[in-house]
Design a protein around this ligand. Structure first.
Ligand code: PLP
Length: 232
C-alpha cells in the first residue's frame, strides 16, 4: 500500500468516526487538497476513489486541469485576484473562496460572459484574524443582498477556517458560529440550495464535523507536508 493510500484510509476512518459522533448527523464530503503536490499524487488519490480535488492557485489548477485525463470535481479555495477570475470561472466547479463583494461581482460578470451559473461558497472570516481573507460577519446582510442579485452565481454554502494552532475550545466556538451562520444563510435562498458547510482541515476536521460541517478540505493528512511555501 502506498503512503497516500494509507493516509487516505486513515483520514476516511477518522471522518467516519467523527460523523458518527456528531449530533448533526451530516454526510461529509472529502475534498482532497492537492496544492503544491504533483499531478501524479492527484491521479493516485483519484484512483483511490477521491472525486473532489481542491487547489489554491489558478495557475496551478490550470496546469493540472489541462493534464488530468480523468473527470473530477474541481474546487478553488485560495484567495482570488480579480484578474484571475475569468480563468477560475472557466475551470472551477465550486469556488469556495468568495471573500469580498468585489470578487463576487467579478465572478458574476465573467460567468455571465460564458453563459455559466457559477457555484460558490461565501468565505467568512469568523475568527476576525487580521491575517485572514474573508467576508466580515457584520456584513452578512449586505453580502446576501448582493449575492441574491447576481444571476450568474449560485450560493451553495459557506466556507470558514479556524486560526492555526487554536485550542480545542476555540475551534468548537468558531465552527459552531460557522454552523449558525450557515443555517441563517439557508433561509435566504431556495430550499436545499445552500447545502455545503465547508470547514475543517488536517488539523481540525474532526472538530469541524462534530460542529456540523458537510465538507472538509484535507491536504497534509493525505499527501504529506507541502514542499513549497503556503499560499493562503
Ligand atoms: C491549504 C488549505 C487547506 C488544506 O490544509 P491542510 O492543513 O494541508 O489540510 C484547506 N483549506 C484551505 C482554504 C487551504 O488553503
Amino acid at each position: 500500500m502506498s503512503e497516500i493510500e494509507e493516509r487516505l484510509n486513515a483520514v476516511r476512518q477518522r471522518i467516519n468516526r467523527a460523523m458518527k459522533q456528531s449530533p448533526y448527523g451530516e454526510k461529509v464530503t472529502l475534498v482532497a487538497v492537492t496544492k503544491f503536490h504533483p499531478l501524479e499524487d492527484m491521479e493516485e488519490a483519484i484512483r483511490l476513489g477521491v472525486t473532489q480535488v481542491g487547489e489554491n492557485r489558478v495557475q496551478e489548477m490550470e496546469m493540472k486541469h489541462e493534464r488530468l485525463s480523468v473527470p473530477v470535481t474541481w474546487h478553488l479555495q485560495g484567495h482570488l485576484q480579480k484578474n484571475k477570475v475569468k480563468k477560475a470561472v472557466a475551470m472551477a466547479d465550486l469556488i469556495q473562496s468568495v471573500d469580498s463583494l468585489d470578487i463576487l461581482r467579478e465572478i458574476d460578470k465573467r460567468a455571465g460572459q460564458i453563459g455559466k451559473v457559477q457555484d460558490i461558497l461565501l468565505e467568512f472570516n469568523i475568527s476576525g484574524e487580521e491575517s485572514k481573507y474573508g467576508l466580515a460577519p457584520k456584513d452578512f446582510d449586505e453580502v446576501v443582498a448582493q449575492a441574491q442579485v447576481c444571476e450568474h452565481v449560485r450560493v451553495k454554502g459557506l466556507m470558514c477556517m479556524a486560526p492555526e494552532g487554536a485550542a480545542e475550545k476555540e475551534l468548537h466556538a468558531i465552527f459552531h458560529q460557522g454552523r449558525r451562520m450557515w443555517e441563517k444563510l439557508q433561509t435566504h435562498f431556495p430550499v436545499n440550495q445552500v447545502s455545503i458547510l465547508s470547514m475543517g482541515m488536517s488539523e481540525d476536521f474532526e472538530t469541524a464535523i462534530e460542529e456540523g460541517a458537510t465538507m472538509v478540505r484535507i491536504g497534509t493528512a493525505i499527501f504529506g507536508i507541502r514542499q513549497k511555501g503556503e499560499a493562503k
